[in-house]
Design a protein around this ligand. Structure first.
Ligand code: SAM
Ligand code: SF4
Length: 469
């Protein structure tokens, strides 16, 4: 998953367009850190708070409630949050001098990991909510307004999705023609480098009926492309309407029947959960985009074992062979970690060799980050920072070369383009290729939400250019 810091303008506009009869109109500013799952969570927090009369704002100084939706996957996450709280504390003081309230809340995985500690270290914080408790936000906010400080990080027994209000159509429409839909949360795999099983808890799958209802709601609101999300999305095993347990392959076939939904994607997948039905979906479903994010992390069997990935490099390559046989047009994406404890230069060479074999169309690579509480953090032979830096640079140079080659290979090709929004320059619109690349076209190529045929004319470093045909 791409890990960037995102200011959640989406949910800001969204809650702004919420239902007409709201009790009051206080303002909430939500800042999102981390992956797509946090983007989705921030939108759902916005939905929950809209019911209590909160509308979103992009201006933190105007906010009656500030929420930081945090990520804990790599180092310094908590430190970054504390320094952000320091900045917000100043704004809170200024608002207090002007007689205005400002509640400060910490949500997401740092909230889960630090809990009460946040209140002790940062008295400016009024509420802390873990990822399973967003549906309780209206109540938490009400209690804080009544003078309490609230920490809500117990894993909820009830299903938060059942308690979150359904998103209203105007809100969904304002979020654009592509949408995320979380179908699975948590993880039972316990890779030795990863905090997810500790911060997000055990694997939970939403039932088919809930997912279909949400996807239908998105479709009638004008969404053309849905990306199903999960920390381990292909481990999803939800209860079906027939009483049986469905797998992701079957779910994709069901979602493909929804009128208006033209594109489906899913992320992030684990190699061990790529079953035959899912591979068959890539072969048979036209609406399932030929793009697969399938992290391998490392190319050395020794390192993979130490990471507890429970597959070898050869297993992974064989799997990619089967996927490519089923869908020859598929573009592969992946995640890599360099400098896991004990990784030698020879191990790292195995990673480079695997990359050269797969030739990823896109990939994300990270230096190993020691996460307190995970087995990796306790391992001897931690790799020095300088070696991690050097390996990361070599790996990223190779990955960038392959990414560029893939983009250049598309020049001259006719593709379907989903037009998503106006371009940065006047007269342009931007869409996405089936392989997730941004594509710039003349604005007359089609309307937002249209899928048009274009020919790729140029491959730039970050986007493709195309003309309508
Ligand atoms: N479930 C997915 C899988 O098994 O591949 C990955 C989800 S994880 C939230 C996203 C990515 O963050 C991982 O694929 C990994 O590359 C990276 N990551 C996780 N923990 C890390 C750590 N301690 N140091 C560096 N990167 C890490
Ligand atoms: Fe983390 Fe993915 Fe491993 Fe689960 S499978 S522990 S989410 S890296």
């Amino acid at each position: 998953m791409e890990l960037t810091e995102i200011l959640d303008r989406g949910s800001a506009e969204a809650a702004g367009a919420a239902e007409p009869a709201r009790p009051t109109s206080r303002k909430v500013f939500i800042k999102t850190y981390g992956c797509q799952m946090n983007v989705y969570d921030s939108q759902r927090m916005g939905d929950a708070l809209a019911v209590s009369g909160y509308v979103a704002t992009d201006a933190i100084e105007d906010a009656d409630l500030v929420l930081l939706n945090t990520c804990h996957i790599r180092e310094k996450a908590a430190e970054k949050v504390y320094s952000e709280i320091g900045r917000i504390r100043q704004i809170k003081k200024e608002r207090a001098l002007a007689g205005k309230e400002m509640m400060v809340g910490i949500a997401g995985c740092v909230a889960q990991a630090e809990g009460q500690e946040i209140m002790l270290r940062a008295p400016a914080v009024d509420l802390v909510v873990g990822p399973q408790s967003y549906h309780r936000l209206p109540d938490v906010v009400r209690r804080v307004r009544g003078g309490e400080k609230v920490v809500e990080t117990d894993y909820a027994i009830e299903d938060k999705f059942e308690h979150l209000p359904p998103q209203d159509r105007a809100t969904l429409r304002s979020r654009g023609v592509t949408a995320f839909l979380t179908i699975q949360e948590g993880c039972d795999k316990f890779c030795t480098f990863c905090v997810v099983p500790y911060t997000r808890g055990a694997e939970v799958s939403r039932p088919v009926s809930q997912i279909v209802a949400e996807a239908e709601r998105l479709a009638v609101s004008g969404v053309r492309e849905v990306t199903l999300l999960g920390q381990n999305v292909n481990a999803w095993h939800g209860n079906g309407p027939d009483g049986g347990r469905w797998g992701l392959g079957r779910l994709l076939f069901r979602l493909a029947e929804i009128p208006g939904l033209a594109r489906l994607r899913y992320t992030t997948s684990h190699p061990r959960d790529m079953d035959d039905a899912l591979i068959a979906a890539h072969r048979d479903l036209r609406v399932l985009m030929p793009y697969l994010h399938l992290p391998v992390q490392a190319g050395s069997d020794r390192v993979l074992k130490a990471m507890n990935r429970r597959h070898t490099a050869a297993d992974y390559l064989k799997l990619i062979g089967r996927i490519r046989a089923a869908q020859p047009d598929i573009a592969m994406s992946g995640d890599f970690i360099v400098g896991f404890p004990g990784e030698t230069e020879a191990d790292f060479q195995d990673t480079l060799d695997l990359v050269k074999t797969v030739r990823y169309a896109q990939a994300f690579s990270f230096k190993y980050s020691r996460r307190p509480g995970t087995p990796g953090a306790e391992m001897d032979d931690q790799v020095p920072e300088s070696e991690k830096n050097e390996r990361l640079q070599r790996l990223q140079t190779l990955l960038a070369e392959h990414q560029r080659d893939f983009a250049v290979s598309l020049v001259g090709r006719k593709i379907d383009l989903l037009i998503e929004k106006p371009g940065r320059e006047t007269g342009q619109k931007v869409g996405r290729s089936p392989w997730l690349q941004p594509v710039i076209v003349d604005e007359k190529a089609g309307g937002i939400g249209d899928i048009v045929q274009v020919r790729i004319t140029k491959a730039g470093p970050h986007s493709l250019h195309a003309v309508a045909i």
